[in-house]
Design a protein around this ligand. Sequence first.
Ligand code: KIV
Ligand code: ZN
Length: 553
Amino acid sequence: MTASNYIRFFDTTLRDGEQSPGATLTSQEKLEIARQLTRLGVDIIESGFAAASPDDLKAIQMISRDSGTLEGIAQWTDEALTPPTICSLSRAHERDIDKAWEAVQYAEKPRIHTFIATSPIHMEYKLQMDPEEVIDRAVKMVKHAKSMCKDIEFSPEDAGRSDPEFLYLILGEVIKAGATTLNIPDTVGYRTPEEFGALIRGIKENTPGIENAIISTHCHDDLGLATANTLAGVQNGARQVEVTINGIGERAGNTSLEEVVMALRTRKPFYDMEYGIVTEQIMRTSRMVSQYTSMVVPPNKAIVGANAFAHEAGIHQDGMLKNEETYEIMRPESVGLTESNLVLGKHSGRHALKMRLEELGFTVGDDKLKEVFARFKRLADKKKTVTDLDLEALVVEEKQRPTEIFSLKDIQVVSGTLGMPTATIRLEGPDGTMHVNAAMGTGPVDAAYKAIDQVVALPIELLEYTVNGVTEGIDALGEVTVRIDVDATQVASSIPQKMSPQSGAKTNLTFNGFSAHTDIIVASARAYVVALNKALAALGLYGIEKPAEKETA
Ligand code: KIV
Ligand code: ZN
Protein backbone atom coordinates (compact mmCIF):
# COMPACT_ATOMS: atom_id res chain seq x y z
CA MET A 1 0.00 0.00 0.00
CA THR A 2 1.25 3.49 -0.81
CA ALA A 3 2.19 5.60 2.21
CA SER A 4 -0.09 8.56 2.86
CA ASN A 5 2.87 10.94 2.46
CA TYR A 6 4.04 9.44 -0.87
CA ILE A 7 4.21 12.00 -3.69
CA ARG A 8 3.57 10.60 -7.17
CA PHE A 9 5.66 12.28 -9.87
CA PHE A 10 3.65 12.65 -13.07
CA ASP A 11 6.00 13.75 -15.82
CA THR A 12 4.47 15.62 -18.77
CA THR A 13 7.70 16.53 -20.62
CA LEU A 14 6.51 14.50 -23.61
CA ARG A 15 3.10 16.22 -23.71
CA ASP A 16 2.96 19.69 -22.13
CA GLY A 17 6.76 20.04 -22.46
CA GLU A 18 6.67 19.15 -26.12
CA GLN A 19 4.13 21.94 -26.62
CA SER A 20 7.01 24.46 -26.21
CA PRO A 21 7.58 26.16 -29.57
CA GLY A 22 10.11 24.20 -31.62
CA ALA A 23 10.50 21.38 -29.07
CA THR A 24 9.09 18.72 -31.41
CA LEU A 25 10.48 15.24 -30.76
CA THR A 26 10.58 12.18 -33.00
CA SER A 27 8.96 8.92 -31.80
CA GLN A 28 12.38 7.39 -31.22
CA GLU A 29 13.51 10.38 -29.15
CA LYS A 30 10.30 10.15 -27.13
CA LEU A 31 10.92 6.47 -26.48
CA GLU A 32 14.44 7.14 -25.26
CA ILE A 33 13.27 9.97 -23.02
CA ALA A 34 10.51 7.70 -21.64
CA ARG A 35 13.12 5.06 -20.80
CA GLN A 36 15.27 7.65 -19.09
CA LEU A 37 12.23 8.92 -17.14
CA THR A 38 11.73 5.31 -16.04
CA ARG A 39 15.30 5.15 -14.77
CA LEU A 40 14.67 8.44 -13.02
CA GLY A 41 11.81 6.71 -11.22
CA VAL A 42 8.81 8.78 -12.30
CA ASP A 43 5.47 7.21 -11.40
CA ILE A 44 3.44 8.32 -14.42
CA ILE A 45 4.61 9.35 -17.89
CA GLU A 46 2.19 11.47 -19.90
CA SER A 47 3.54 10.36 -23.27
CA GLY A 48 1.53 12.62 -25.52
CA PHE A 49 -1.88 13.60 -26.79
CA ALA A 50 -2.95 10.64 -28.93
CA ALA A 51 -5.62 12.48 -30.93
CA ALA A 52 -3.23 15.30 -31.84
CA SER A 53 -1.55 13.48 -34.73
CA PRO A 54 -0.83 9.97 -36.03
CA ASP A 55 2.80 10.49 -34.95
CA ASP A 56 1.74 11.16 -31.35
CA LEU A 57 -0.47 8.07 -31.36
CA LYS A 58 2.38 5.94 -32.69
CA ALA A 59 4.87 7.29 -30.15
CA ILE A 60 2.51 6.60 -27.22
CA GLN A 61 1.90 3.08 -28.49
CA MET A 62 5.65 2.46 -28.71
CA ILE A 63 6.18 3.77 -25.18
CA SER A 64 3.21 1.75 -23.86
CA ARG A 65 4.47 -1.50 -25.37
CA ASP A 66 7.96 -0.81 -24.10
CA SER A 67 6.98 0.25 -20.60
CA GLY A 68 6.65 -3.22 -19.13
CA THR A 69 9.74 -4.65 -20.81
CA LEU A 70 13.13 -5.11 -19.29
CA GLU A 71 14.61 -2.76 -21.85
CA GLY A 72 12.15 -0.09 -20.82
CA ILE A 73 13.12 -0.46 -17.19
CA ALA A 74 16.80 -1.18 -17.82
CA GLN A 75 18.61 -1.21 -14.54
CA TRP A 76 20.62 1.93 -14.25
CA THR A 77 20.85 1.95 -10.50
CA ASP A 78 20.40 -0.76 -7.91
CA GLU A 79 16.93 0.58 -7.21
CA ALA A 80 14.15 -1.92 -7.93
CA LEU A 81 12.16 -0.12 -10.60
CA THR A 82 8.58 -0.89 -11.44
CA PRO A 83 7.06 0.03 -14.78
CA PRO A 84 5.56 3.50 -14.80
CA THR A 85 1.93 4.20 -15.65
CA ILE A 86 1.62 5.41 -19.25
CA CYS A 87 -0.92 8.13 -19.87
CA SER A 88 -2.37 9.96 -22.86
CA LEU A 89 -4.14 13.29 -22.68
CA SER A 90 -7.54 13.66 -24.37
CA ARG A 91 -10.09 16.42 -24.63
CA ALA A 92 -13.53 15.55 -23.32
CA HIS A 93 -14.58 14.16 -26.72
CA GLU A 94 -15.40 10.55 -27.41
CA ARG A 95 -13.02 10.39 -30.39
CA ASP A 96 -10.10 11.76 -28.36
CA ILE A 97 -10.76 9.31 -25.55
CA ASP A 98 -10.96 6.38 -27.97
CA LYS A 99 -7.62 7.46 -29.47
CA ALA A 100 -6.11 7.76 -26.01
CA TRP A 101 -7.16 4.19 -25.24
CA GLU A 102 -5.91 3.01 -28.63
CA ALA A 103 -2.54 4.45 -27.59
CA VAL A 104 -2.18 3.36 -23.95
CA GLN A 105 -3.96 -0.01 -24.00
CA TYR A 106 -0.65 -1.86 -24.48
CA ALA A 107 0.90 -0.47 -21.30
CA GLU A 108 1.12 -2.63 -18.22
CA LYS A 109 -0.39 0.29 -16.33
CA PRO A 110 -2.49 2.48 -18.68
CA ARG A 111 -4.17 5.77 -17.78
CA ILE A 112 -6.49 8.11 -19.69
CA HIS A 113 -6.35 11.80 -18.77
CA THR A 114 -9.31 13.84 -19.93
CA PHE A 115 -9.97 17.54 -19.39
CA ILE A 116 -12.51 20.29 -19.93
CA ALA A 117 -12.29 23.96 -19.00
CA THR A 118 -14.18 25.18 -15.92
CA SER A 119 -13.31 28.88 -15.56
CA PRO A 120 -16.06 31.38 -16.48
CA ILE A 121 -13.92 32.92 -19.24
CA HIS A 122 -13.07 29.56 -20.85
CA MET A 123 -16.63 28.21 -20.57
CA GLU A 124 -18.16 31.35 -22.08
CA TYR A 125 -15.68 32.19 -24.85
CA LYS A 126 -13.78 29.02 -25.65
CA LEU A 127 -16.34 26.28 -25.07
CA GLN A 128 -19.52 28.39 -25.37
CA MET A 129 -21.17 26.02 -22.92
CA ASP A 130 -23.17 26.52 -19.72
CA PRO A 131 -21.66 25.20 -16.47
CA GLU A 132 -24.36 22.47 -16.41
CA GLU A 133 -23.40 21.35 -19.91
CA VAL A 134 -19.74 21.24 -18.86
CA ILE A 135 -20.56 18.97 -15.90
CA ASP A 136 -22.71 16.78 -18.10
CA ARG A 137 -19.96 16.41 -20.73
CA ALA A 138 -17.27 15.75 -18.09
CA VAL A 139 -19.35 13.01 -16.44
CA LYS A 140 -20.23 11.35 -19.75
CA MET A 141 -16.63 11.38 -20.95
CA VAL A 142 -15.20 10.08 -17.67
CA LYS A 143 -17.76 7.24 -17.81
CA HIS A 144 -16.80 6.53 -21.41
CA ALA A 145 -13.09 6.45 -20.52
CA LYS A 146 -13.82 4.27 -17.49
CA SER A 147 -15.60 1.72 -19.68
CA MET A 148 -12.18 0.98 -21.21
CA CYS A 149 -9.57 1.85 -18.60
CA LYS A 150 -9.68 1.70 -14.82
CA ASP A 151 -7.18 4.49 -14.14
CA ILE A 152 -8.81 7.82 -15.07
CA GLU A 153 -7.50 11.30 -14.45
CA PHE A 154 -9.71 14.35 -14.83
CA SER A 155 -8.54 17.98 -15.10
CA PRO A 156 -10.78 21.04 -14.83
CA GLU A 157 -8.69 23.25 -17.14
CA ASP A 158 -7.97 26.75 -15.79
CA ALA A 159 -8.97 25.57 -12.31
CA GLY A 160 -6.77 28.40 -10.97
CA ARG A 161 -9.36 30.91 -12.23
CA SER A 162 -12.45 28.76 -11.65
CA ASP A 163 -15.06 29.24 -8.93
CA PRO A 164 -14.04 26.84 -6.11
CA GLU A 165 -17.71 25.96 -5.42
CA PHE A 166 -18.11 24.92 -9.05
CA LEU A 167 -14.94 22.83 -8.78
CA TYR A 168 -16.27 20.97 -5.70
CA LEU A 169 -19.41 20.17 -7.67
CA ILE A 170 -17.85 18.97 -10.93
CA LEU A 171 -15.06 17.06 -9.16
CA GLY A 172 -17.61 15.30 -6.94
CA GLU A 173 -19.56 14.26 -10.05
CA VAL A 174 -16.52 12.94 -11.96
CA ILE A 175 -15.42 10.93 -8.92
CA LYS A 176 -18.86 9.27 -8.97
CA ALA A 177 -18.34 8.63 -12.71
CA GLY A 178 -15.04 6.84 -12.02
CA ALA A 179 -12.19 9.40 -11.96
CA THR A 180 -9.38 8.29 -9.67
CA THR A 181 -7.02 11.29 -9.94
CA LEU A 182 -8.19 14.90 -9.90
CA ASN A 183 -5.65 17.24 -11.37
CA ILE A 184 -5.90 20.94 -10.57
CA PRO A 185 -4.24 23.04 -13.29
CA ASP A 186 -3.22 26.63 -12.78
CA THR A 187 -3.26 26.78 -16.58
CA VAL A 188 -2.19 30.40 -16.95
CA GLY A 189 0.16 30.52 -13.93
CA TYR A 190 -1.94 33.16 -12.16
CA ARG A 191 -2.11 31.98 -8.55
CA THR A 192 0.21 32.73 -5.63
CA PRO A 193 1.37 29.93 -3.31
CA GLU A 194 -1.07 30.95 -0.55
CA GLU A 195 -4.00 30.99 -2.96
CA PHE A 196 -3.08 27.75 -4.70
CA GLY A 197 -2.53 25.99 -1.37
CA ALA A 198 -5.94 27.23 -0.18
CA LEU A 199 -7.56 25.97 -3.41
CA ILE A 200 -6.16 22.47 -2.87
CA ARG A 201 -7.19 22.53 0.81
CA GLY A 202 -10.71 23.65 -0.16
CA ILE A 203 -11.00 20.78 -2.67
CA LYS A 204 -9.78 18.29 -0.08
CA GLU A 205 -12.26 19.53 2.51
CA ASN A 206 -15.34 20.10 0.36
CA THR A 207 -15.43 17.65 -2.55
CA PRO A 208 -17.76 14.70 -1.98
CA GLY A 209 -15.90 11.38 -2.32
CA ILE A 210 -12.45 13.02 -2.45
CA GLU A 211 -11.10 10.46 0.06
CA ASN A 212 -11.24 7.92 -2.81
CA ALA A 213 -9.14 10.00 -5.19
CA ILE A 214 -5.67 11.51 -5.47
CA ILE A 215 -5.40 15.29 -5.76
CA SER A 216 -2.78 16.49 -8.23
CA THR A 217 -1.15 19.84 -8.99
CA HIS A 218 -0.35 21.17 -12.48
CA CYS A 219 1.22 24.62 -12.35
CA HIS A 220 2.51 26.91 -15.06
CA ASP A 221 5.34 29.35 -14.46
CA ASP A 222 4.06 32.62 -15.93
CA LEU A 223 4.84 34.50 -12.69
CA GLY A 224 7.80 32.30 -11.76
CA LEU A 225 5.70 30.68 -9.01
CA ALA A 226 5.16 27.17 -10.41
CA THR A 227 7.47 25.33 -7.99
CA ALA A 228 6.28 27.35 -4.98
CA ASN A 229 2.64 26.73 -5.94
CA THR A 230 3.25 23.00 -6.42
CA LEU A 231 4.90 22.70 -3.01
CA ALA A 232 2.04 24.68 -1.44
CA GLY A 233 -0.31 22.15 -3.06
CA VAL A 234 1.66 19.28 -1.52
CA GLN A 235 1.49 20.90 1.91
CA ASN A 236 -2.28 21.15 1.57
CA GLY A 237 -3.03 17.60 0.52
CA ALA A 238 -1.93 17.04 -3.09
CA ARG A 239 -0.25 13.65 -3.53
CA GLN A 240 0.57 13.87 -7.23
CA VAL A 241 2.64 16.62 -8.87
CA GLU A 242 2.64 17.25 -12.62
CA VAL A 243 6.03 18.42 -13.76
CA THR A 244 8.45 18.55 -16.69
CA ILE A 245 12.20 18.13 -16.97
CA ASN A 246 13.97 21.51 -17.04
CA GLY A 247 10.53 23.10 -16.55
CA ILE A 248 9.85 23.14 -20.31
CA GLY A 249 6.29 23.75 -21.48
CA GLU A 250 3.84 26.24 -22.95
CA ARG A 251 4.90 29.91 -22.61
CA ALA A 252 7.04 30.24 -19.43
CA GLY A 253 6.84 26.48 -18.92
CA ASN A 254 5.62 24.02 -16.28
CA THR A 255 6.84 23.19 -12.80
CA SER A 256 10.34 21.65 -12.92
CA LEU A 257 10.57 18.08 -11.69
CA GLU A 258 14.10 18.63 -10.45
CA GLU A 259 13.17 21.69 -8.37
CA VAL A 260 10.27 19.98 -6.62
CA VAL A 261 12.08 16.74 -5.83
CA MET A 262 15.22 18.49 -4.61
CA ALA A 263 13.11 20.73 -2.37
CA LEU A 264 11.49 17.60 -0.91
CA ARG A 265 14.89 15.95 -0.49
CA THR A 266 16.87 18.93 0.80
CA ARG A 267 14.09 20.05 3.16
CA LYS A 268 12.96 16.57 4.17
CA PRO A 269 12.36 17.48 7.83
CA PHE A 270 10.18 20.39 6.71
CA TYR A 271 8.01 18.63 4.08
CA ASP A 272 8.27 15.06 5.42
CA MET A 273 7.25 13.48 2.11
CA GLU A 274 8.34 10.28 0.34
CA TYR A 275 8.94 9.86 -3.39
CA GLY A 276 10.39 7.34 -5.84
CA ILE A 277 12.68 9.65 -7.82
CA VAL A 278 16.31 8.55 -8.13
CA THR A 279 17.72 12.07 -7.91
CA GLU A 280 21.15 10.93 -9.12
CA GLN A 281 19.53 10.52 -12.57
CA ILE A 282 18.47 14.17 -12.78
CA MET A 283 21.44 15.58 -14.72
CA ARG A 284 21.43 12.82 -17.31
CA THR A 285 17.69 13.29 -17.88
CA SER A 286 18.04 17.04 -18.04
CA ARG A 287 20.79 16.82 -20.65
CA MET A 288 18.90 14.31 -22.76
CA VAL A 289 15.75 16.47 -22.80
CA SER A 290 17.72 19.61 -23.53
CA GLN A 291 19.64 18.02 -26.40
CA TYR A 292 16.65 16.30 -28.00
CA THR A 293 14.40 19.35 -27.75
CA SER A 294 17.26 21.81 -28.41
CA MET A 295 15.93 23.83 -25.50
CA VAL A 296 19.06 25.12 -23.83
CA VAL A 297 19.06 25.16 -20.03
CA PRO A 298 19.94 28.66 -18.77
CA PRO A 299 23.22 28.59 -16.76
CA ASN A 300 21.51 29.99 -13.65
CA LYS A 301 18.60 27.49 -13.73
CA ALA A 302 18.09 25.94 -10.28
CA ILE A 303 19.46 22.39 -9.89
CA VAL A 304 20.42 21.72 -13.54
CA GLY A 305 21.97 25.01 -14.76
CA ALA A 306 25.71 24.99 -15.52
CA ASN A 307 26.31 27.41 -12.63
CA ALA A 308 23.96 25.77 -10.11
CA PHE A 309 26.92 24.26 -8.24
CA ALA A 310 29.67 26.68 -9.35
CA HIS A 311 31.32 28.95 -6.79
CA GLU A 312 32.96 31.98 -8.33
CA ALA A 313 33.42 34.62 -5.63
CA GLY A 314 36.70 34.30 -3.74
CA ILE A 315 34.98 34.54 -0.38
CA HIS A 316 32.65 31.67 -1.33
CA GLN A 317 35.52 29.52 -2.60
CA ASP A 318 37.39 30.11 0.63
CA GLY A 319 34.35 29.07 2.66
CA MET A 320 33.81 25.97 0.48
CA LEU A 321 37.39 24.86 1.02
CA LYS A 322 36.91 25.08 4.78
CA ASN A 323 33.46 23.43 4.85
CA GLU A 324 31.29 22.70 1.79
CA GLU A 325 28.12 23.39 3.73
CA THR A 326 29.02 27.08 4.05
CA TYR A 327 27.64 27.71 0.57
CA GLU A 328 26.18 24.41 -0.62
CA ILE A 329 22.79 23.10 0.52
CA MET A 330 22.88 20.05 -1.80
CA ARG A 331 25.77 17.90 -2.89
CA PRO A 332 26.33 17.93 -6.69
CA GLU A 333 26.51 14.12 -6.60
CA SER A 334 22.92 13.99 -5.32
CA VAL A 335 21.71 15.20 -8.74
CA GLY A 336 24.18 13.06 -10.65
CA LEU A 337 26.79 15.72 -11.22
CA THR A 338 30.03 13.83 -10.94
CA GLU A 339 33.45 14.28 -12.42
CA SER A 340 33.27 13.18 -16.05
CA ASN A 341 34.71 9.70 -16.48
CA LEU A 342 37.28 8.66 -18.95
CA VAL A 343 35.20 6.02 -20.64
CA LEU A 344 36.99 4.88 -23.73
CA GLY A 345 40.40 5.31 -25.24
CA LYS A 346 41.40 5.64 -28.86
CA HIS A 347 42.06 1.92 -29.03
CA SER A 348 38.55 0.98 -27.90
CA GLY A 349 36.53 -0.95 -30.45
CA ARG A 350 33.05 -0.51 -31.85
CA HIS A 351 31.58 -3.12 -29.54
CA ALA A 352 32.88 -1.32 -26.44
CA LEU A 353 31.41 1.91 -27.76
CA LYS A 354 28.02 0.28 -28.37
CA MET A 355 27.99 -1.22 -24.87
CA ARG A 356 28.86 2.11 -23.28
CA LEU A 357 26.18 3.92 -25.25
CA GLU A 358 23.62 1.34 -24.14
CA GLU A 359 24.68 1.82 -20.53
CA LEU A 360 24.13 5.53 -21.06
CA GLY A 361 20.59 4.83 -22.26
CA PHE A 362 21.06 5.34 -26.01
CA THR A 363 19.87 2.79 -28.53
CA VAL A 364 21.93 3.25 -31.68
CA GLY A 365 21.24 1.37 -34.91
CA ASP A 366 24.13 -0.03 -36.95
CA ASP A 367 24.18 2.86 -39.46
CA LYS A 368 24.36 5.52 -36.81
CA LEU A 369 26.84 3.49 -34.78
CA LYS A 370 29.22 3.42 -37.73
CA GLU A 371 29.07 7.20 -37.96
CA VAL A 372 29.37 7.75 -34.19
CA PHE A 373 32.30 5.35 -34.06
CA ALA A 374 34.14 7.20 -36.84
CA ARG A 375 33.59 10.50 -35.05
CA PHE A 376 34.61 8.99 -31.71
CA LYS A 377 37.92 7.84 -33.27
CA ARG A 378 38.57 11.29 -34.73
CA LEU A 379 37.76 12.88 -31.39
CA ALA A 380 39.99 10.46 -29.47
CA ASP A 381 42.85 11.49 -31.75
CA LYS A 382 42.32 15.15 -30.96
CA LYS A 383 41.27 15.12 -27.34
CA LYS A 384 43.15 13.76 -24.34
CA THR A 385 40.11 12.14 -22.74
CA VAL A 386 36.75 11.12 -24.24
CA THR A 387 34.07 11.23 -21.58
CA ASP A 388 30.46 10.12 -21.23
CA LEU A 389 29.40 13.70 -21.92
CA ASP A 390 31.36 13.75 -25.19
CA LEU A 391 29.76 10.47 -26.27
CA GLU A 392 26.32 11.81 -25.44
CA ALA A 393 26.93 14.89 -27.60
CA LEU A 394 28.13 12.80 -30.57
CA VAL A 395 25.20 10.44 -30.36
CA VAL A 396 22.60 13.16 -30.05
CA GLU A 397 24.00 14.91 -33.10
CA GLU A 398 23.81 11.72 -35.15
CA LYS A 399 20.26 11.07 -34.01
CA GLN A 400 19.27 14.62 -34.89
CA ARG A 401 19.99 14.01 -38.55
CA PRO A 402 17.08 11.88 -39.67
CA THR A 403 17.04 13.26 -43.20
CA GLU A 404 20.10 14.76 -44.80
CA ILE A 405 18.74 16.83 -47.66
CA PHE A 406 21.71 19.18 -47.81
CA SER A 407 24.96 17.77 -46.51
CA LEU A 408 27.80 20.01 -45.35
CA LYS A 409 31.00 18.57 -46.76
CA ASP A 410 33.56 21.27 -45.94
CA ILE A 411 33.85 24.68 -44.41
CA GLN A 412 36.74 27.11 -44.22
CA VAL A 413 36.66 30.52 -42.57
CA VAL A 414 38.98 33.49 -42.42
CA SER A 415 38.42 35.86 -39.53
CA GLY A 416 40.27 38.25 -37.28
CA THR A 417 40.86 41.96 -36.98
CA LEU A 418 42.08 42.47 -40.54
CA GLY A 419 39.49 42.52 -43.32
CA MET A 420 35.99 41.08 -43.43
CA PRO A 421 35.31 37.61 -41.99
CA THR A 422 34.71 35.24 -44.91
CA ALA A 423 33.41 31.68 -45.09
CA THR A 424 33.60 29.19 -47.93
CA ILE A 425 31.37 26.13 -47.85
CA ARG A 426 30.94 22.96 -49.89
CA LEU A 427 27.34 21.81 -49.58
CA GLU A 428 25.99 18.78 -51.38
CA GLY A 429 22.40 19.25 -52.55
CA PRO A 430 19.60 16.67 -52.65
CA ASP A 431 20.29 15.84 -56.31
CA GLY A 432 24.01 15.30 -55.66
CA THR A 433 25.07 18.73 -56.99
CA MET A 434 28.05 20.13 -55.10
CA HIS A 435 27.55 23.81 -54.28
CA VAL A 436 30.70 25.77 -53.48
CA ASN A 437 29.89 29.21 -52.17
CA ALA A 438 31.62 32.00 -50.27
CA ALA A 439 30.15 34.90 -48.29
CA MET A 440 31.26 37.66 -45.94
CA GLY A 441 29.65 38.43 -42.61
CA THR A 442 30.04 40.29 -39.35
CA GLY A 443 31.86 37.29 -37.92
CA PRO A 444 32.83 33.79 -39.08
CA VAL A 445 29.51 32.21 -38.04
CA ASP A 446 27.49 34.93 -39.72
CA ALA A 447 29.60 34.52 -42.87
CA ALA A 448 29.09 30.73 -42.82
CA TYR A 449 25.31 31.09 -42.35
CA LYS A 450 25.12 33.59 -45.22
CA ALA A 451 27.07 31.23 -47.48
CA ILE A 452 24.67 28.38 -46.60
CA ASP A 453 21.58 30.60 -46.96
CA GLN A 454 22.56 31.60 -50.47
CA VAL A 455 22.46 27.94 -51.48
CA VAL A 456 19.44 26.68 -49.52
CA ALA A 457 17.33 29.82 -50.05
CA LEU A 458 14.69 29.37 -47.34
CA PRO A 459 12.99 32.46 -45.83
CA ILE A 460 14.19 32.00 -42.28
CA GLU A 461 14.94 34.05 -39.21
CA LEU A 462 17.60 32.89 -36.75
CA LEU A 463 15.84 32.96 -33.38
CA GLU A 464 18.53 31.55 -31.15
CA TYR A 465 22.18 30.54 -31.35
CA THR A 466 23.98 29.08 -28.33
CA VAL A 467 27.44 27.60 -27.82
CA ASN A 468 28.43 25.58 -24.75
CA GLY A 469 31.49 23.59 -23.83
CA VAL A 470 30.54 19.92 -23.25
CA THR A 471 33.36 19.47 -20.77
CA GLU A 472 36.00 21.78 -19.36
CA GLY A 473 39.33 22.46 -21.03
CA ILE A 474 40.64 24.02 -24.19
CA ASP A 475 40.23 20.80 -26.18
CA ALA A 476 36.56 20.39 -25.20
CA LEU A 477 33.81 19.67 -27.69
CA GLY A 478 31.67 22.74 -28.33
CA GLU A 479 27.92 22.12 -28.51
CA VAL A 480 25.93 24.47 -30.72
CA THR A 481 22.15 24.76 -30.66
CA VAL A 482 20.27 26.87 -33.17
CA ARG A 483 16.60 27.64 -33.49
CA ILE A 484 15.17 28.99 -36.73
CA ASP A 485 11.78 30.30 -37.71
CA VAL A 486 10.51 29.67 -41.24
CA ASP A 487 7.82 31.77 -42.83
CA ALA A 488 6.01 29.00 -44.67
CA THR A 489 3.86 31.43 -46.65
CA GLN A 490 6.95 32.65 -48.46
CA VAL A 491 8.30 29.23 -49.26
CA ALA A 492 6.34 28.77 -52.46
CA SER A 493 7.47 32.11 -53.87
CA SER A 494 11.09 31.76 -52.78
CA ILE A 495 11.42 28.27 -54.29
CA PRO A 496 8.86 28.40 -57.08
CA GLN A 497 9.55 24.95 -58.48
CA LYS A 498 8.80 23.27 -55.14
CA MET A 499 5.56 22.37 -53.39
CA SER A 500 3.87 25.05 -51.32
CA PRO A 501 2.83 24.19 -47.75
CA GLN A 502 -0.65 22.73 -47.54
CA SER A 503 -3.46 25.15 -46.89
CA GLY A 504 -4.48 25.47 -43.27
CA ALA A 505 -0.91 24.79 -42.10
CA LYS A 506 0.66 27.10 -39.52
CA THR A 507 2.52 29.89 -41.33
CA ASN A 508 5.47 30.29 -38.97
CA LEU A 509 7.29 27.12 -38.04
CA THR A 510 10.19 26.68 -35.65
CA PHE A 511 12.99 24.14 -36.08
CA ASN A 512 16.12 23.46 -34.17
CA GLY A 513 19.49 21.96 -34.83
CA PHE A 514 22.27 20.62 -32.66
CA SER A 515 25.88 19.75 -33.34
CA ALA A 516 29.05 19.09 -31.37
CA HIS A 517 32.60 19.47 -32.65
CA THR A 518 35.97 20.56 -31.27
CA ASP A 519 35.80 23.41 -33.82
CA ILE A 520 32.84 25.60 -32.90
CA ILE A 521 32.59 27.11 -36.39
CA VAL A 522 32.15 23.62 -37.84
CA ALA A 523 29.60 22.80 -35.10
CA SER A 524 27.77 26.06 -35.84
CA ALA A 525 27.50 25.34 -39.56
CA ARG A 526 26.44 21.74 -39.02
CA ALA A 527 23.77 22.68 -36.46
CA TYR A 528 22.39 25.23 -38.92
CA VAL A 529 22.22 22.69 -41.73
CA VAL A 530 20.44 20.22 -39.39
CA ALA A 531 17.76 22.84 -38.64
CA LEU A 532 17.40 23.73 -42.34
CA ASN A 533 17.05 20.06 -43.29
CA LYS A 534 14.33 19.60 -40.68
CA ALA A 535 12.50 22.62 -42.10
CA LEU A 536 12.78 21.34 -45.67
CA ALA A 537 11.50 17.92 -44.62
CA ALA A 538 8.61 19.34 -42.59
CA LEU A 539 7.52 21.56 -45.46
CA GLY A 540 7.39 18.55 -47.74
CA LEU A 541 10.09 19.95 -49.98
CA TYR A 542 12.42 17.77 -52.00
CA GLY A 543 10.02 14.86 -52.07
CA ILE A 544 10.28 14.20 -48.34
CA GLU A 545 7.01 13.12 -46.81
CA LYS A 546 5.52 15.91 -44.72
CA PRO A 547 4.52 14.89 -41.17
CA ALA A 548 0.80 15.27 -40.38
CA GLU A 549 -0.47 18.47 -38.81
CA LYS A 550 -0.68 18.38 -35.04
CA GLU A 551 -3.13 19.86 -32.57
CA THR A 552 -2.14 21.01 -29.08
CA ALA A 553 -4.09 20.92 -25.80
O1 KIV B 1 -2.32 23.57 -18.26
C1 KIV B 1 -3.31 22.85 -18.40
O2 KIV B 1 -4.44 23.20 -18.05
C2 KIV B 1 -3.13 21.56 -19.03
C3 KIV B 1 -4.30 20.62 -18.96
C4 KIV B 1 -4.62 20.08 -20.30
C5 KIV B 1 -4.06 19.58 -17.92
O3 KIV B 1 -2.06 21.25 -19.51
ZN1 ZN C 1 -0.46 22.58 -18.76
